[in-house]
Design a protein around this ligand. Structure first.
Ligand SMILES: [Zn+2]
Length: 691
């Protein structure tokens, strides 16, 4: 391909794990920004290919399968379909959506692995790995949990701490536990293929920090987001350690080496290769050569991801591509930060999430409205927050009152005054300063919006696109053609001709953000196949007959907001709860050592200067004693007095805030972080033995 040939844009979005449905946080992270980007490129006539697919390997899948008692295949089939439904429903317009469990992908990933192996790209080591003797399985990634050595977070996984983002090896975890059985794992030798990342440090530093590859300029590092560069820099400066690229698991791409039975490729090795497989599939179906997209120097690679995937796309995958040779490396990785929800982190286990398919059931016409709100609050540079009341305000005040109202008034007035035909264009000399300002704004808008999109500033780009409608709305309101129509028909025609131009421009410029709305506008204003270049101050021809336009945006009422907020945290949606792993087995004798009794709380008061502690006086049948309990954040003293509780009476006394606590009240912890008393049924009295 010659240098003058048009650039190909190879675009990927993070492959979502097929272990649960898609929520709004996913969409705002890696899919909506890419969709806006790709729609704009298509509109400007660029050669672009956008691929994605379900990531169907890894411990997240097998763990879920184990929990639900069904084969991994059923899990990935279920969610592959569910995720496609969510993406289609929000008009996420991948050119191809694939899946990594396909035989084709297994073959491509294995060939890639063998290529690296032949080049000496791995270190093969036999070493001690954690093994769960009860489950008879090696423990990696999500099969093992413990305390993060870096930030002290208690629930860090064997491959990553989700609190501080540090990637980990299982052996780095403090106090490791098997998530399968809860037992403390033992060490057992196994053979692993390691990627010696340290070898690649110097060229990676040049690539990330200077934007150079093999001494040649590759990309402008200033175009990368500060938080992406920051994460990469701290990785490289911290020293890159070798990472195991294989796992002892029975689900995944088998390691294609003799004697490696029972081993699969690490999911983070095979998943990004899934981008390549998906491209091959699309190219086969479209008579193209996939190498033109991945290996031609004139093609450009762009990865859209969330911030938790930065290291894999900026460091590990580039190492794999460079080590293999012949592949392009990404010119940018515009990762987004996280989106929170109603004052809390999105949590699958607590069902604190808005699931896309559920949203679309409640709002069947709601794709554009949600795209609009998510773009308006997109976490481009820092974390952001979605709230339903903000959703209502943006839909009502911006989409319905500005865009919907403006377009509707233009259409209704044009029908009323001109039988639905766009009136004649004004002569240049008849234009007022206000008219000229409007036309200048229209002329400048496509470049301004397109530039922002190219720089991955989608939030501002959408704001500018909406400003076109806002400007038209203001112009129409101020010019008041309804007052002039009888006395000054020429001026009225000018106003209506110009406002029709504004709507025409909206149909093109809003398309990346609001594709359904843009299509409705284009249809009503006789525009077909609108391209970015068609957005011009004189794009709608005089004499065009306007069609019908449905109501663009239904207003959201307070009851709807309340109903959506009430759904959060309730059961349903994702049914997988993070259950605390079982503890180590004990004997019956161990159990009989516990002296559990029914007790009645006689008195209760707060412990001074201790937010969490209540002091209980309990009738145990044996005696009346003091128990200090950490329940003050959940119960008021008056709620506790008179209750019958389950009490461990032979716990060695201990002092809390200077008060000797002589026993322990049993409580159940709920999913939402709450506490409940474990209370006996009626008809028991203090001192009754519980066994
Ligand atoms: Zn941590």
């Amino acid at each position: 391909m010659s240098k003058s040939a048009p650039k190909r844009r190879m675009i990927t979005s993070a492959l979502p794990y097929a272990n649960g449905p898609i929520h709004l946080g996913h969409i705002a992270g890696a899919y909506l920004p890419a969709d806006i980007h790709v729609r704009h490129l298509r509109s400007t006539g660029e050669d672009v290919l956008w691929i994605c697919g379900s990531d169907e390997h890894g411990a997240a899948i097998t763990l879920r399968a184990k929990k639900e008692g069904i084969p991994p295949r059923e899990i990935v089939d279920l969610y592959h379909e569910e995720m496609q439904k969510a993406f289609t429903g929000l008009d996420i317009s991948f050119d191809h959506y694939s899946r990594t469990s396909s035989p084709k992908h297994h073959q491509v990933a294995q060939e890639f692995f063998l290529n690296l192996m032949e080049k000496g790209g791995f270190e093969v080591k036999t070493e001690e790995q954690f093994f769960d003797e009860k489950a008879q399985q090696f423990l990696a990634d999500r099969y093992i949990q413990g305390t993060c050595p870096s930030c002290g977070h208690d629930g860090a996984y064997g491959d990553q701490c989700e609190k501080c983002g540090k990637t980990l090896s299982p052996t780095e975890l403090v106090n490791p536990k098997s998530t399968l059985s809860g037992s403390t794992p033992v060490l057992k030798p196994t053979t692993l293929w390691y990627l010696p990342m340290g070898r690649h440090e110097s060229w990676l530093r040049e690539y990330i920090v200077e934007g150079k590859l093999d001494g040649q300029p590759h990309h402008d590092p200033k175009t990368w987001k500060a938080h992406v560069l920051g994460q990469c820099r701290s990785w490289i400066e911290g020293g890159l350690e070798s990472r195991a690229m294989t796992r002892d698991l029975d689900w995944g791409v088998p390691v294609p080496v003799e004697g490696a039975e029972g081993k699969v490729l690490y999911v983070w090795l095979d998943a990004p290769i899934g981008y390549i497989t998906a491209t091959m599939e699309w190219c086969e179906a479209h008579g193209q050569d996939w190498k033109d997209w991945w290996q031609d120097p004139n093609a450009e690679l762009l990865h859209f991801i969330g911030k938790d995937n930065i290291v894999f796309h900026c460091i590990i995958f580039p190492i794999l591509l460079k080590e293999h040779g012949g592949y392009n490396l990404p010119t940018n990785v515009p990762a987004n930060e996280f989106m929170n929800l109603e004052g809390d982190k999105i949590s699958t286990s607590r069902n604190w999430a808005v699931w896309v398919t559920e949203y679309l059931e409640d709002f069947p016409e709601g794709s554009d409205a949600m795209r609009y709100v998510l773009t308006a609050i997109m976490p481009e540079q820092k974390d952001s927050e979605f709230t339903w009341s903000d959703f209502r305000d943006k839909v009502n005040n911006e989409l319905a009152d500005v865009l919907g109202n403006f377009v509707n008034r233009v259409l209704v007035l044009t029908k009323k005054y001109y039988g639905g035909e766009v009136p004649t264009a004004p002569a240049q000399e008849d234009l007022t300063d206000t008219d000229r300002a409007l036309l200048e704004a229209l002329a400048a808008a496509p470049g301004k919006i397109g530039g922002l999109i190219q720089r991955h500033r989608y939030k501002e780009a959408q704001l500018e696109a909406m400003n076109v409608a806002r400007l038209g709305n203001k112009y129409l309101t101020e010019q008041e053609p309804w007052k002039l129509q009888k006395t000054d028909p020429e001026r009225t025609a000018t106003i209506m001709h110009l406002t029709c131009q504004v709507v025409g421009n909206c149909a093109v410029l809003l398309e990346p953000f609001l594709p359904q709305t843009a299509a409705k506008l284009a249809a009503a204003f006789g525009l077909t196949d609108g391209r970015w270049a068609d957005a011009q101050p004189d794009m709608v021809q005089a004499g065009t007959t306007l069609g019908e336009l449905p109501i663009l945006f239904a207003k959201i009422d307070d009851d709807t907001v309340a109903a959506q907020v009430a759904k959060l945290g309730q059961k349903g949606g994702d049914t997988t709860r993070e259950i605390m792993p079982a503890k180590d087995e004990i004997t019956f004798d161990d159990f009989t050592k516990l002296d559990l009794r029914v007790g009645t709380v006689l008195e209760c008061e707060k412990v001074p200067k201790a937010d969490k502690l209540l002091k209980l006086t309990v009738d145990t049948g044996l005696d009346t004693r003091t128990v200090v309990s950490g329940i003050a954040e959940h119960f008021k003293p008056e709620d506790v007095v008179g209750r019958q509780v389950t009490l461990l009476v032979n716990l060695a006394p201990r002092k809390l805030r200077g008060i000797e606590s002589q026993g322990m009240v049993l409580m159940a912890s709920t999913d939402d972080g709450g506490l409940r008393f474990v209370s006996p049924e009626e008809g028991v009295q203090p001192g009754d033995v519980i066994s």
